[in-house]
Design a protein around this ligand. Structure first.
Ligand SMILES: Cc1cc2nc3c(=O)[nH]c(=O)nc-3n(C[C@H](O)[C@H](O)[C@H](O)COP(=O)(O)O)c2cc1C
Length: 257
């Protein structure tokens, strides 16, 4: 909220109650007009709007600030997962030391290294996938499609380690090209991995896998030989229990250095 001189007022107004939100950034050269602090007034050269951060109240954006000590009602973890979204989903297939097939979705998932190609998946706690990867050193990251969303979700059930989760989910196993762990036949992309490292971080365990083979369904390939996002339509994980459908896309050229 702005006072009569255009300065941000100190009272809190929920964003939803504003008629129109203020611009996210003030126009260059206009920031602080009539609102300078004593230090700013006496400084030899007034910094432009983008040179120095200005306080949240000066920008007029009302924010609720959380710290790990003052977590929102459902905890800091849910704040993180609702903020870092959408997240891609690694639908991990693996084999136990006894050869039992395991399948589970993991959304704390990204590329950790391009060369060598390494994927990172975080297990919160020591789950069956973690045990299998520790014991066998192999796993497959399957990339599902929107049509597989429900079945992917079903495979998040905490089943005993001796249950064949391919059977329970009703998906077909397909032999991988390099690793012993099977791929999900219905999933259009399978990234076969060998364990690179397992790193404990807080209550998470980073499962780092070197990609040794990638199998892509021809139906989702573009003419350049790469997966086409609009054909793939991978679901994502959002906050709470929400899943995301594939977003709209746009090409933007990278700026030259
Ligand atoms: C969409 C989705 C994403 C998930 N992401 C993670 C994750 O990143 N890390 C994790 O530890 N659990 C995650 N879970 C929960 C696991 O899938 C669940 O604990 C599962 O039972 C683990 O299976 P496993 O013991 O066979 O490895 C997720 C669940 C869903 C539905």
């Amino acid at each position: 909220m702005l006072n009569t001189s255009g300065c941000a007022a100190s009272t809190s107004v929920p964003l939803s109650s504003r008629e129109s939100p203020p611009p996210r950034r003030p126009p260059a050269g206009r920031s602080g007009v009539g609102c300078e602090t004593e230090r700013e007034q006496t400084s030899p050269r007034r910094p432009t709007a983008f040179e120095q951060p200005i306080s949240g109240t000066q920008t007029g954006v009302m924010r609720t600030v959380y710290s790990p000590e003052s977590a929102p009602p459902r905890g800091f973890y849910t704040l993180l997962t609702a903020s870092v979204a959408p997240r891609p989903i690694a639908w991990i297939s693996s084999l136990s030391a006894d050869g039992i097939r395991n399948l589970a979705p993991y959304s704390f998932f990204t590329v950790a290294s391009g060369e060598p190609p390494i994927l990172s998946v975080t297990s919160l706690g020591h789950k069956d996938s973690w045990r299998n990867i520790r014991d066998t050193g192999e796993f497959v990251v399957n990339i599902g499609t929107e049509s597989l969303m429900e079945v992917m979700n079903e495979t998040s059930a905490p089943l005993p380690a001796d249950v064949d989760e391919f059977k329970v989910a009703g998906v077909r196993g397909e032999a991988s090209d390099v690793v012993a762990a099977p791929r999900v036949a219905e999933a259009p992309i399978a990234l076969e991995c060998r364990r690179h490292d397992i790193v404990e971080v807080g209550n998470g365990t980073l499962l780092l896998g070197e990609v040794v083979s990638v199998a892509v369904d021809d139906d989702v390939l573009a003419e350049d030989g790469l997966p086409d996002f609009r054909k793939l339509l991978p679901p994502s994980r959002l906050g709470r229990l929400e899943w995301g459908f594939a977003p709209r896309t746009q090409w933007i050229a990278r700026p030259k250095g």
